[in-house]
Each structure stands twice: as structure tokens, then as C-alpha cells.
Write a protein that binds this ligand. Structure first.
Ligand SMILES: [Zn+2]
Ligand SMILES: [Zn+2]
Length: 117
């Protein structure tokens, strides 16, 4: 064990089993639990939002468009890139978010990212 390593988990955060690979000790989950945590996050998202909205949110994440500001809060660019919105899973400063009738893609993306963290 290298005591100088930065974040280092010795046991899985979910099941408590000893972690062996470098990737697992960095994330804190074994390979099986990583899959389960991701699947649980996906299930929670799919249960709450419409599929086309989830697809738009995933697109934003894949583009690396959301910048973490502080815990749970992300900066999201407007479609034309001239403005930046502040998004949290419960609120967003974009026009659709302010109306608040439906969760906007920024909110869904912030929700997905906060679950994956
Ligand atoms: Zn585990
Ligand atoms: Zn928004």
C-alpha cells in the first residue's frame, strides 16, 4: 500500500469487499458495484424523466458541457453558447427552468452527474 496516494479506498463503499485494482481503489467501488451503482442511477433517472429529455441531458454530459461549480451545481451553456446557466437537479436559471413547468435538460444532466459522483 502506498500511503502517499491521494484518494485511496481499501474496501468497496457499497459491499465492503477488499478492493484490488488501481481503478477500484481510486473510485471506491469494485467492478461489480460500479455497474450496480450506474444501473441504479440510470433506473432513478429513467423513472423520473421522459426518454427524449434524458437523451438530451446525456448528450450535454457527453459533450462535457456541464462544468461543476460546487456540490450538485453545474454551469451549463445556452444552446447558442452566449450565456451560461446554473443548473441543479431541482432548479435551473435557463428560461425553461425559470418557468419550471418541466425539468429542463440541464436539471436532468445535473441530476445524472450528481448520482454518478
Ligand atoms: Zn462492492
Ligand atoms: Zn435549464
Amino acid at each position: 500500500m502506498n500511503a502517499a496516494a491521494t484518494t485511496h479506498h481499501t474496501n468497496c463503499l457499497r459491499c465492503g469487499r477488499k478492493l484490488t485494482s488501481a481503478k477500484s481503489t481510486a473510485t471506491g467501488y469494485g467492478p461489480t458495484c460500479t455497474r450496480k451503482v450506474k444501473a441504479a442511477a440510470k433506473a432513478e433517472i429513467v423513472a423520473q424523466y421522459k426518454p427524449h429529455q434524458v437523451a438530451k441531458a446525456e448528450e450535454l454530459i457527453e459533450q462535457g458541457a456541464l462544468i461543476p461549480l460546487r456540490t450538485g451545481i453545474y454551469l451549463a451553456p445556452s444552446a447558442d453558447g452566449t450565456r451560461t446557466y446554473k443548473a441543479h437537479r431541482t432548479a435551473c436559471s435557463c428560461p425553461a427552468g425559470i418557468k419550471g413547468l418541466h425539468p429542463c435538460k440541464h436539471r436532468i444532466a445535473a441530476h445524472i452527474l450528481s448520482l454518478a459522483a
